[in-house]
Write a protein that binds this ligand. Sequence first.
Ligand code: GLA
Length: 413
Amino acid sequence: MKLKSLLLAMAAVVCSSALFAQNREKTKPLTDEQWMSLAPTPPMGWNSWNKFGCNVSENLIKDIADAMVSSGMKDAGYEYVVIDDCWQIDRDENGVIVCDPERFPNGMKAVADYVHGLGLKFGIYSCAGTHTCQGRPGSMGYQFIDAKTYAEWGVDYLKYDWCDNEGQNARAAYLTMANAIKATGHPIVFSICEWGENQAWEWGKGIGHLWRVTPDIRACYDCKFDWGGVGVLGCIDAMAPLHEYAGPGHWNDAEMLEVGNGEMTKDEQISHFAMWCMLAAPLMSGNDLRDMSLQTIEILTNKEAIAVNQDPLGKQAVLFMDMDGHDRQIWAKPLANGEIAVCFLNRGRDTWNLDYNWLNQTMYFATEINFRTNEYNIRDLWAHKDLGTSKGRLVADINPHGCLMVRLSRTGM
Ligand code: GLA
């Protein structure tokens, strides 16, 4: 018992040493405008939970950050390295959160500094309830102390969960934490994780920068669990009706990626990633970046697909056509400069022998896309080749659970 108290006291000192170096000048709270500008495009990064669960440590996070750089992920646009649940172990006598001294022997600021040293950003996890989902100390009642601690560590991203919430009003609970962060004056992207239970899309804009819309994802294409877990298709279906709620600074979160995890086929993993790009969903990889197959790297770093996700117009794709009992779907995402991304998603078990005549289609977005008056070049974003123009037919065989994702840009422009 004595040893535990000693360890905790030491950890409290290491974890909170930055407290002594507080800036003495009065901090200026972030303005609403600054707050809204923190995620102009969907955040991209990595989160520990899907692959590692509670098995997080300083060494793991440093190695993952190194791998994010050496694998080409950083070049492709990934920047946040986020530690999910289980880094925290207690609070000290001042209520300051204490990180696990065995797993983070140098404290969290040292980890943040290391990640920043690689030109990346650092994220952390807490919970609006009394405890996190793994029973660690939550932030309820400690929001302002925690936000201050995170700011002093240099945290750039906070995922904020909803376990043990004691029946709080969700909007009020998330607003309290947003206000606590803003008060520090330190820019922190705020990720609301209430699993869609309180329809965060209806009130989340201006409070958080992204919000979950489903229970936890599992590394499978079309699976459902009694306890609420969802597969890739479940996430896509939950996102479908919510396109109007997404835009620069406020995103529907389709859940963290499972590319490189589990047993999904190559086609399933490509469809997973392609659809997250179409849906303007945050791209938080959830696999072991230290140990990736070439296929996993190619999927996660497909720059043409990522450009669709990161398009500055910030529109989420709409389900344009839903056919054959949802087996065959056409999704369309308006892009900046009048371009458009289209994804033919084959959710069925049979090959889709596509023979598509653009001339029969008109797509309505902010502006009408009329294929009779305008001709578009068609580019296949996974084969990385041009497929003619919208005056011709688009003929392709799309594998079961696969997709064809194309980008349309006006000819002669
Ligand atoms: C919840 C969240 C997950 C993960 C775990 C951690 O289930 O939805 O994404 O953060 O908690 O305990």
